[in-house]
Ligand binder design. Structure first.
Ligand SMILES: [Ca+2]
Ligand SMILES: [Ca+2]
Ligand SMILES: [Ca+2]
Length: 553
């Protein structure tokens, strides 16, 4: 591992004064005026179907695209926007180019968010039909987009027939009789108790209580029950049969509240059950906890866990971009977590994300920002290893904070309100507020928009394979409060090269000596008009700029 860099004083750069000469002499991708091009000219590497190193897009179907004019997003709406997510043609650049989507719950549910399921093997009629789902999966696969669906197995809806059957049984049970699964199997699907307990809700019309950790409308399943486990195995088999490529697992720390070992053991069972059904299926778990805690869930053998430490308004990405932490921390924290996760599961694939449907949207993190910080933070997420997730609407800097409904506002396709170009009405309880940045349609016409930047950042990630697949080697000696320098080193035997990433997180331009090992600039991302340049052995980084260099053979 070569960690020492040499200033450009030797080799083929010796004595060369201009970048034009560099270009001519060494075949590098700088332009004749020394500017490093945007990633637009790069070509995304088409990933094998089994490749877990993805750029994923989280879709709240309810608020994404309405195809039938009822104001609620639906599956045909998602299908109609696939050309936007990824048109399947690497040559075109008017799409976001994501290669995986995560559909938030699509099963029948009494709530708008659908995290309380009443039937695990059907589509909520407001979203469409099973045929619509099949058509969507088929169209995704034809474009190289994998599909994962939300699997909410900690709890059901209180309206699920399992719970309704158990509740009816208990209501009819004479008060002095023992309740038994022998008479009502569904009684054993949940945790019922005659005692009031922490996390339990009273069952109306009885002296019974049931475990419901989130709210009384979501009774927790008894995950010890073999009957429940066999129901859940049928559920995963059902969706795999319908072509899904994996599952996003909701609320895994709540499987057994307060008992991590039991939750990890159940996660291990679920992972094995799914892998037995489909060895290539991928699982990503939501273990919303401190990093040391969620890291332990990799002991289950699960592929991926959402990387909460970097997300949200107090996460590492936002802290670095706000200047509350040194830029160098970004690389140092990636290196340390890669080692931590690998210590529990050597084949883990990180699942970095920046925001999700439970978090305030990121544009609101930065007061008085002209968009530069919104852009750079998006790039930091996409510079992390593994399977990086973008929450729909972040790529156009949508706003939304406060109550949950505001975080799930309609995708802002175009001006004109609900109904225009698939714009949805949004959750009924959502506040009405104006967006900070223009609609997607307007941003696609503006070369300086947040959207164009995100599109370029995705293209960078997808065109330079080591960025998602390598390991991070920080260079603290070159980094500082507003400068972050790290290598991404390819695994042994990989067919792609190492890369060097330099990031300016501050408002002041920075100059850095060009490194002997990484002389070939691949691309740069800038948030304003000034470009990254390479001249006379120096890399010039404008405010908030990112540049990536390739290792020479
Ligand atoms: Ca609709
Ligand atoms: Ca394309
Ligand atoms: Ca539970």
């Amino acid at each position: 591992m070569k960690r020492a860099f040499l200033k450009q004083t030797a080799g083929c750069l010796a004595g060369i004064l201009t970048a034009a000469a560099v270009l001519a002499g060494c075949g590098r991708s700088v332009r004749s005026d020394g500017t490093v091009p945007s990633p637009t000219a790069l070509t995304p590497v088409q990933t094998d179907a089994s490749d877990d190193y993805r750029t994923s897009y989280e879709i709240f179907v309810y608020s994404f695209c309405d195809s039938d004019g009822d104001g609620i997003g639906d599956l045909p709406g998602v299908l109609s926007k696939l050309d936007y997510i990824n048109d399947g043609d690497p040559a075109t650049v008017n799409d976001l180019d994501c290669d995986q989507i995560w559909l938030m719950p699509v099963c029948p549910s009494p709530t708008y968010h659908k995290y309380d399921v009443t039937d695990y093997c059907a589509i909520d009629p407001v979203y469409g039909t099973m045929e619509d789902f099949d058509a969507l999966v088929e169209a995704c696969h034809a474009r190289g987009i994998r599909v994962i669906v939300d699997l909410v197995v900690n709890h059901t809806s209180v309206e699920h027939p399992w719970f309704q059957t158990a509740a009816a049984y208990l209501r009819e049970l004479p008060p002095d009789w023992e309740a038994s699964e022998d008479y009502c199997p569904e009684f054993g699907y949940y945790h019922f108790s005659r005692e009031a307990q922490n996390g339990y809700a009273p069952l109306a019309g009885t002296n019974w209580y049931y475990e419901a950790r989130f709210w009384e409308g979501m009774p927790d399943l008894n995950l010890d029950s073999n009957a429940v486990r066999s129901e859940l195995a049928e559920v995963t088999e059902f969706w795999l049969r319908h072509g899904v490529d994996g599952f996003r697992l909701d609320a895994v720390t709540s499987y057994y509240t307060g008992d991590r070992n039991a939750s990890v053991a159940f996660l291990s069972w679920l992972t094995s059950a799914v892998k037995t059904q489909s060895p290539e299926a991928t699982l990503v778990g939501e273990a919303w906890a401190a990093q040391d805690e969620y890291a332990r869930y990799y002991e289950s053998g699960i592929d991926s866990l959402f990387d909460f430490a970097f997300a949200g308004q107090d996460g590492i990405i936002a802290s670095v971009v706000k200047g509350n932490r040194p830029a160098a921390d970004f690389a140092a924290m990636m290196e340390s977590e890669e080692q931590l996760y690998a210590s529990y599961n050597p084949s883990y694939v990180n699942a970095p994300f920046y925001t999700n449907h439970d978090m305030a949207r990121s544009t609101g993190y930065y007061a008085y920002d002209d968009g530069s910080r919104t852009k750079l933070a998006g790039a930091l997420n996409l510079l992390m290893t593994g399977n990086a997730f973008i929450y729909y609407g972040e790529e156009i800097g949508m706003k939304g904070s406060g109550k949950d409904e505001n975080k799930r506002a309609p995708m802002f396709w175009t001006d004109g309100g609900a109904g225009a170009d698939g714009n949805c009405s949004g959750p009924p309880e959502m506040d009405r507020f104006d967006m900070k940045f223009p609609s997607l349609a307007a941003q696609q016409e503006d070369p300086a928009s947040v959207w164009q930047y995100y599109r370029d950042a995705v293209r960078m990630r997808r065109s330079i394979p080591v960025l998602a697949r390598g390991t991070t080697v920080p260079h603290p000696e070159l980094s500082g409060d507003a400068l972050c320098v790290f290598e991404r080193q390819a695994p042994e035997g990989a067919a792609y090269k190492n890369a060097l990433v330099v990031i300016n997180t501050g408002e002041e331009p920075q100059d850095l000596p060009l490194m002997e090992t990484y002389k070939e600039p691949l691309c740069a991302l800038v948030t304003g008009e000034e470009r990254v340049t390479v001249q006379q052995g120096t890399v010039h980084l404008p405010a908030f700029a990112v540049a990536v260099f390739s290792a020479e053979e």
